[in-house]
Design a protein around this ligand. Sequence first.
Ligand code: NAD
Length: 499
Amino acid sequence: MPISLIPIREALHVRPGRLFINGNWHDWDGERFEQIQPATNEIMTSFAEAGSEGVGLAVAAARRAFDDGPWPGMRAQDRKRMLQPIVERIYAAEQEIAQLQTLDNGIPFTYSRNSRVSAKAAADIFDHFFGWIDKINGETYPLYSMASNMQYMTFREPVGVVAAILPYNGPVMTFAMKVAPALACGCTVVVKPSEYTNLAVLKLAEIIAESDLPPGVFNIVTGGAETGTALSSHPGIDKVTFTGSPIVGEKITIASVPNMKRLSLELGGKSAAIVFPDADSVAVAATRLMGLCSTFLSGQVCTTPTRAIVHRSIMEEFLHHAAEQVKTVRFGDPFDPATTSAPIISKRQKEKILAYIEQGKREGADLRFGGGTPGGELANGNWIDPVLFANVRNDMTIAREEIFGPVLSVIPFDTEDEAIRIANDSEYGLAGCVYTSNVNRAFRVARAMRSGSIGVNGYASIPNAPMGGIKRSGVGREGGWPTIEAFTELKTINFNLDG
Ligand code: NAD
């Protein structure tokens, strides 16, 4: 019997999606699309394709709320009091949000509930950013020359109307990473979730809609690329905050030019993990690195180190432990606690990954295991057995392009310099890792790797530390004060003290 998620869809009372614009929920009698569950390819429900009409209404509402409403200039304490209850409401609804996120993208419920993409983690992100509200301050400057008697000071003002465009892999966490700082800084916002993952985000929208925000401060439109294009190119938008693929990031950058929209872009990665022979445990490094590709979101995570650069002297040990790790992988009903791994988000993405695996073989990489597509009760879902390629060269396609699936490429090295050169020979620079017990080497290599963030003997992100990419991995940082800077504009006022 193939697995089915219809019973849980019914138990959660999933209903056709609506739009939230100017403080009201709208049914949409225009175009709609169906959201498909990737573990079973069953239809979950339908959502509005807001298109340019829905986007126009939402941006107009957000524009009015920003230009004419009380929100941007509200006193810090009032804004804080209005927003703070959202945190507790997300905590209170975390289980339901986690269930909806699992229905969205098939992430195993255990992870949806207890990882950095969980609703609890999202509540932490809101909590962190709402804590900045009364600390968004400017500076004063000493007089520089005798010629003037001016007092110079800066103010941080909200950047304006923000478009927040989300990916499918961590819909709850990315929603929080964009909406929380936007609201904290006094911006108004129009959110567009990924067309693959609307359920959990609309539940979060319901929670925000319950608060006393002035109409138009928070709006949500659903839809695919057409709606995303309408939103990111709309002249009423001042800033786009986007997490997604580099190719869409490029399109958004081009669309930003006519009115010089501010941009925060969290894009793709092809991150490297360098494993030295003096690592505390080669077994731990291999298990973690293979685990990131094979469990959780099955490699559909931007920061996953998909290139393991492993010293030749420990190669066989590394490969052995990676193969052992894969034996622990279990596919199945995402709500079954035994299930370890998510399906691939769509049939199209599954075919793309399988084509990369074929290309890896054609280019001469050594396929050690994986690449199969399970049948039986899993036959209807988008599953791929986790893949390890050994003896990969860094010029092979599988080492250069972001596959966004369960594929680990293992590249041998002999010297530290060579390992760093291979790690940096990439058009991406999002994250990375170094496994060593030598503190000097850890810092030396972490500093030499060209990436937005590096983990030493492990990797994890938190809401109050910046994270983001260089090169094709993006522009700007999410987390902590740099995010506040990215959602505000600096205004300098010169005050003539001579009157
Ligand atoms: P995607 O780029 O296909 O879609 C992301 C969003 O953009 C969706 O909401 C989509 O509807 C919208 N969109 C599509 N075309 C558009 C257009 N022309 N203009 C405006 N919006 C448009 O990405 P995805 O498949 O949902 O997510 C996977 C990608 O996201 C990977 O590349 C991954 O590395 C990246 N990602 C990065 C981070 C990070 O923090 N750096 C985090 C998660 C995911």
